[in-house]
Design a protein around this ligand. Structure first.
Ligand SMILES: [Zn+2]
Length: 307
């Protein structure tokens, strides 16, 4: 699961395992990797760039190297230079991971069978998007994708990747970028990248995120004419590696005296305590807020476990 900075040892272990297996498999016709694009380790700000450069050094300049990326990756010149092509997800939520894998594999077979040399143009913008503004069906990215889709109709285009980037890495290259890859047409790649970068920049104001405070969200949920209402604490995003024991919404629900609410918390200790007390027992305990103090403090609750 994702988390904070990867330790130096863990990164070196993973990298060594990959490189050793590749060395054993040599010679190879091509290398197709599935990477994320925003991995940061202690001592290495650009893990994917490092990996791709090492793979390239091992297989040599003639062997095709292609990688699939999450569109939340932060594209670097090292990554772009080391690979023949990088194929990013076009959708957030990532519903097209399978299709992008197919696209990358199809492109790989063409590079091997037809000996095509791809040309790439990469532009990084000085624009950091909150993860909540990288949805690809909303501005700013939907406008970029609309134009990218039009460009993809051109048979000279191998791939167009629009990266929303991952703003929460503290690196010099975090942010939005576009990568146009063509079947050897450098001018076309450049024209596409410039056009798409200009569209992203034009819509940059749409990237301003204004959230709803927890107490206001609870007030609206309680007053809503139709139920259930789902409140998601995106600051405690388990898909992004956070602990899932955030208590901000629980606290707000209790303060508002909200009735018939269900709160989901990851708290194995509290579950263990409840199991020991048994069905029917009335229990008092502190729940949540045990992993860190960034997602709310522990909340004292009193309740009965009904069978
Ligand atoms: Zn992602």
């Amino acid at each position: 699961m994702p988390g904070g900075l990867i330790t130096r040892d863990a990164y070196h272990m993973l990298r060594t395992r990959l490189m050793d297996r590749l060395a054993e498999a040599m010679p190879v016709d091509g290398v197709l990797l599935i990477l994320h694009g925003a991995m940061v380790a202690d001592g290495e700000d650009d893990c994917e760039g490092d990996l791709l450069a090492r793979v390239r050094a091992l297989v040599g300049p003639e062997c095709p190297v292609v990688s699939v990326l999450d569109m939340h990756g932060n594209l670097t010149a090292t990554m772009v230079d080391a690979a023949d092509a990088l194929v990013a997800f076009n959708k957030h939520p990532h519903t097209d991971a399978f299709e992008r894998g197919q696209e990358a594999a199809h492109l790989m077979t063409r590079l091997i069978d037809e000996g095509i040399q791809c040309t790439k143009a990469h532009i990084s913008l000085p624009l950091l998007l909150s993860a909540l503004t990288t949805a690809t069906d909303r501005l700013p990215l939907c406008a970029v994708h609309e134009q990218a889709q039009a460009f993809r109709q051109d048979p000279r285009v191998a791939n167009i990747s629009v990266m929303g980037g991952f703003a929460y890495t503290d690196t010099a290259f975090a942010g939005v970028s576009v990568l146009a890859t063509t079947m050897g047409d450098a001018a076309l790649a450049q024209q596409i990248a410039q056009t798409l970068a200009a569209i992203a920049w034009e819509h940059r104001e749409a990237a301003t995120y204004t959230g709803i405070a927890a107490d206001e969200a609870v007030r609206r949920a309680v007053a809503a004419p139709h139920h259930p209402v789902v409140l998601a604490d995106v600051g405690d995003n388990v898909g992004g590696g956070s602990p899932g024991d955030g208590t901000v919404l629980l606290q707000a629900l209790m303060e508002a005296n909200a009735q018939d609410a269900v709160v989901v918390l990851a708290d194995p200790g509290a579950v263990h305590h409840a199991l020991q007390a048994g069905v029917g027992a009335t229990i008092e305990m502190a729940v949540g807020g045990k992993h860190d103090h960034w997602h709310g403090e522990r909340v004292q609750v009193r309740g009965r476990w009904n069978a």
